[in-house]
Design a protein around this ligand. Sequence first.
Ligand SMILES: *[C@@H]1O[C@H](CO)[C@@H](O)[C@H](O)[C@H]1NC(C)=O
Ligand SMILES: *[C@@H]1O[C@H](CO)[C@@H](O)[C@H](O)[C@H]1NC(C)=O
Ligand SMILES: *[C@@H]1O[C@H](CO)[C@@H](O)[C@H](O)[C@H]1NC(C)=O
Length: 202
Amino acid sequence: MLKFVAVALLLAACSVWGDQCCTPKQWESFIGIENTTAVDGMIKVTQSYATESYDFDKKKIALVFPAIGMRIVQDYNKHMMYTIVAGMCFTTPWPAPMFNCVPDNATLLASFEMGGSGGLMIDQYDLQVFLPGFKGYMQLSRPGCLPISQTQYFDSYVTMFGFTNVTEGIKDPSVFDIPSPPCPAMDIDNVVKPLLFEPAHP
Ligand SMILES: *[C@@H]1O[C@H](CO)[C@@H](O)[C@H](O)[C@H]1NC(C)=O
Ligand SMILES: *[C@@H]1O[C@H](CO)[C@@H](O)[C@H](O)[C@H]1NC(C)=O
Ligand SMILES: *[C@@H]1O[C@H](CO)[C@@H](O)[C@H](O)[C@H]1NC(C)=O
């Protein structure tokens, strides 16, 4: 009997360590954004919201900000970010990698249980591996591996993104569309590299 218990525990331990945290390949979420800036020694907090669409097959992430009529599309194949606002389209290089699973070298900072015993388990990772060059942390649910929040520390401000109402799949794939024009040259495959990094001015 004791031997059986020991084996069962070992298996349980294996499955806990063995199952990698991978988000669904396509998901969407409501995002609450809180930006805290120090202005003349005073803390200023601004809030906004967006919806995020994540498609690991297309290697694209779209952010729609309905209040200001802005849409951002990050293309992780082309390493470009497109900002579409007021009929204009701006391009910015976006060299960050896209992740579907928590990389092996991600640093787990802490784990929390939200809502008391039996509540939602959250793993908090250092942001460094997910978004090289950025300071902050990333929280994912476990099990499920769904985004909970992301916090980025900049020199003079902190931005927090809170993810709620995460749903699997993409309701409207047109969120990933790049208007062409005014963003044509940047969206053509095999275009000369230096051209890609010239910001487009409408
Ligand atoms: C947060 O505030 C900083 C400083 O004012 C600004 O540069 C940045 O774009 C803001 N970010 C968001 C998401 O509003
Ligand atoms: C983590 O691993 C990836 C892939 O092997 C590597 O590109 C990245 O530099 C590593 N990051 C850190 C912080 O070690
Ligand atoms: C989030 O989901 C809840 C439950 O389905 C719903 O009542 C709420 O309106 C949703 N919020 C947003 C901002 O979509």
